[in-house]
Design a protein around this ligand. Structure first.
Ligand SMILES: Cc1ncc(COP(=O)(O)O)c(C=O)c1O
Length: 463
């Protein structure tokens, strides 16, 4: 079945995402390296590709923790039974969450965590007798998962098609990037218009990534936006939910990105780094004021999934938190990440196609523009994002670039999110291979741009 080191798609029974892509067959991993079936090794600058493998591959301590728990008790359903691993993990997460968070519900992944956050916000209002509140407002250029409820949160036709008929109609605002709204005031005006349109008394929550992941790599709104958002929450009574599926559990150099924002959210959804790629686990954390509405109301929340809070996955979560603490990895990510951003910016500095290098901790993003004016999107047909990943792969480096140009808010961009345990020499190696890849693609793209029209971003009022 395998024509090494790629899977033969014609013979594969897996329903892959893209039928015209060559899928490398990865057979093992150790630290920040993965190896394909032909024995070629790649530096994993994307923590397993999805930012989940935050502690690297092949960790014997995490495997041992999973094994120990599985031998004692792998599974019980948490609807009528609970277990020590779930109880302890909830306690440990509350201990490191932003001040005031007191309760945790476990799930098995990011989309489920976000859906549960939506249910939590809506139920909070219902508990308080405000059953009219259901609208969600969120930044348009985001990713919250592929389920119907989470797809409905973004305003990205490119992702939502053809599921439109199933998606609830929520309201969105443009991101406060340098391109649309560098101060954050434009997004606040858009938020006011969205509140007006829904009727502020009908809004359940503002839902956003505190620091974006793949949708707008490592972008976070300016301080003024957060302050204005907090003022509006105070005035209108909606909740603020953070999608920390990627940023939670250390990625940005704190336990949660919400510990560093100028406002404290009401609900946090997290996933990937909690299981570090060794278990499918996510969690929704809620502020005590949210929990109290249930405590003083119906005294029950809502149904869960079969694997929520299972001993096996919670034991892995506990072992992950243990490693983060014992190896001082949150501090390392914060301190080393700041230097890594500078190193990346310096390495890419002479390439006119590179517009911005941004980020926090080990979540860094690079955005690309048409070098002829330093502003327009690159023509999508050049496929720059895909070519950068291919060039990096050829150089033994795994990166994740995207091209959401058709959604109107961002062009070609790359996310750079290495495992927290990456050694200094490996980080240097990653930066060098990445810069080399971008330079090679930029040189070709510049030649291809000659004679082509520029692709301006789509003005918001005609979308
Ligand atoms: C920010 C963000 N939210 C939600 C999700 C969905 O998580 P999952 O794929 O675990 O359902 C992702 C996945 O990449 C993500 O990056």
């Amino acid at each position: 079945m395998v024509s090494e080191p790629y899977v033969d798609l014609a013979a594969s029974h897996v329903l892959h995402l893209e039928f015209d892509r060559r899928y490398p067959l990865v057979v093992r991993g150790e630290g920040v390296w993965v190896e394909d079936s032909a024995g070629r090794r790649y530096l994993d600058a994307m923590s397993g590709g999805s930012m989940a493998a935050t502690l690297g591959h092949g960790r014997r301590d995490l495997i041992a923790a999973a094994r120990k728990q599985a031998e004692r008790l792998a599974y019980v359903h948490n609807e009528r039974l609970t277990n020590p691993a779930q109880e302890r993990l909830a306690q440990e997460l509350v201990d490191v969450a932003p001040a005031g968070f007191t309760r945790v519900r476990f799930v098995t992944g990011g989309s489920e965590a976000n859906e549960m956050a939506l249910q939590l916000a809506r139920s909070y209002h219902v508990q308080r007798g405000e059953g009219n509140r259901w609208h969600i407002i969120s930044p348009a250029q985001a990713y919250h998962g592929p389920t119907m409820a989470t797809l409905g949160l973004t305003d990205r036709p490119g992702l939502q098609r053809p599921f439109g008929p199933y998606l609830p109609e929520h309201l969105s605002i443009p991101p406060s990037t340098w391109r649309f709204d560098p101060t954050g005031e434009g997004a606040l005006d858009a938020l006011d218009r969205a509140l007006e349109k829904a009727g502020p008394q009908n809004v359940s929550a503002f839902f956003c990534e505190a620091i974006s992941a793949a949708a707008l790599p490592a972008y976070t709104p300016p301080r003024r936006f957060w302050e204005g958002l907090a003022e509006r929450r105070e005035r209108h009574g909606f909740l603020i939910c953070f999608d920390e599926v990627v940023t939670g559990v250390g990625r940005t150099g704190n336990w949660f990105a919400g510990c560093d924002t100028p406002l404290v959210p009401d609900i946090i959804a997290t996933a990937k780094g909690l299981g570090a790629g060794y278990a499918a686990i996510g969690a929704v954390l809620c502020h005590d004021r949210v929990y109290r509405s249930f405590e003083e109301g119906s005294r029950k929340f809502t149904l869960g999934h079969t694997w929520d809070g299972a001993p096996l996955s919670c034991a892995v979560g506990l072992a992950v938190l243990d490693v983060l603490r014992s190896e001082g990895l949150i501090d390392r990510v914060r301190n080393r990440g700041a230097a890594l951003r500078v190193e990346l910016a310096e390495a890419l500095g002479s390439i006119p196609m590179v517009k911005e290098v941004r980020g926090h901790g080990f979540l860094l993003g690079v955005s690309f523009v048409d070098p002829r004016d330093g502003d327009s999107f690159l023509p999508p047909e050049l496929g720059v994002a895909g070519r950068i990943d291919a060039a990096a792969f050829q150089r033994g480096l795994i990166t994740l670039s995207t091209q959401p140009t058709r959604d109107g808010y961002a062009g070609d961009q790359t996310l750079f999110a290495p495992p927290f345990i990456t050694a200094d020499s490996e980080l240097e190696d990653m930066v060098a291979r990445f810069a080399d890849s971008v330079r090679a693609v930029a040189t070709e793209a510049e030649a291809q741009l000659a004679g082509r029209e520029t692709v301006p971003s789509i003005p918001q009022d005609v979308r």
